[in-house]
Write a protein of this length. Structure first.
Length: 294
């Protein structure tokens, strides 16, 4: 397996800060996401490479191991443990002489990672498979209701259930859906980051929704009833007489579903925007003049 320099994949220096890594990943993930590049044959593999690089470099412990062991960073703990065991048995005279040479150390490193046939130690150790990372794009209506989707990760189709109320930037883990383990070791995990697009009419703030509704001048002055759309159907609103522009009302329980709390919702805040009538006839203007003088 060819060595992949994760720093070069993200286009950052080895001295990059966690913020630098996060910014670089988000920029490249959007650029190469397969959904945004349906006609590109390389976008999928590039996207997977970017996710792999972010998975390693955004985790302080994994990054430390990568800096020290390169492509073999995932086996660092096994190597260090085996090295301690070898040194201990070597000191007791069961494997090597007390004057262990640097060549002995190098041979052990090679056998540890399967680079020589002189030892079966590597075949005895169970390695967990690689963790995968992917990003799933939804719109606000998708996130409003529990539904299923099929993801394709490394040519494997995975059906997942997305709970209502999922948040933008939220990460969920699917255990055992990552890379295959080695020597009978467990599979890695799949981490899904959700990217939820803004809605043209509704703004989400945690579990609450905010929207604006146009109100004609006459209804604002005299009061009445209007019907408005929500993400969960239409509702009727009673408008009080002499309603002022930018007035805000709260519809309890008409907001966004609360994640993994069945039947619980946030609130919907409606801001009234009063529209001034235009193209008035002379008669209508005269009525307004009369009102202004009364």
């Amino acid at each position: 397996m060819a060595f992949i320099d994760y720093y070069k994949v993200l286009g950052i220096e080895k001295s990059a800060t966690p913020k630098d890594i996060k910014n670089a990943y988000r920029k490249l993930a959007r650029k190469f996401h397969p959904d945004l590049n349906p006609n590109s044959k390389d976008a999928k593999s590039k996207f997977q490479e970017i996710n792999e690089a972010n998975e390693v470099l955004s985790d302080p412990e994994k990054r430390k191991k990568f800096d020290q062991y390169g492509k073999d960073w995932q086996h660092a703990e096994e190597f260090e443990k085996a090295n301690r065991q070898q040194r201990q048995s070597s000191s007791q005279g069961r494997r090597h002489s007390q004057n262990q040479t640097q060549d002995d150390y190098s041979d052990f490193f090679e056998s540890m990672f399967g680079k020589s046939t002189g030892s079966d130690w590597n075949r005895q150790v169970k390695y967990k498979g690689e963790d995968y990372n992917t990003e799933l794009h939804l719109n606000l209506i998708d996130a409003f209701k529990t539904h299923q989707q099929v993801l394709t990760v490394n040519n494997k189709k995975i059906r997942i259930t997305i709970p209502s109320g999922i948040s933008n930037g939220q990460i969920i883990k699917l255990s055992g859906q990552g890379g295959q383990g080695t020597n009978g070791g467990p599979n890695g995990d799949l981490y899904i980051t959700f990217a939820i697009a803004n809605h043209p009419r509704f703004k989400r703030v945690e579990n609450n929704l905010h929207t604006a509704v146009d109100l004609d001048l006459f209804t604002a002055i005299l009061g009445g009833e209007i019907t408005m759309d929500t993400l969960n159907g239409k509702v009727k609103l009673k408008v009080m007489p002499e309603t002022q522009n930018a007035s805000v009302i709260k519809l309890t329980g008409k907001g966004f579903p609360i994640y993994k709390k069945e039947g619980q919702f946030g609130d919907l805040y409606v801001t009234y925007t009063i529209k001034i009538p235009t193209n008035l006839s002379d008669k209508q203007k005269a009525i307004f003049r009369e009102l202004s003088q009364s």
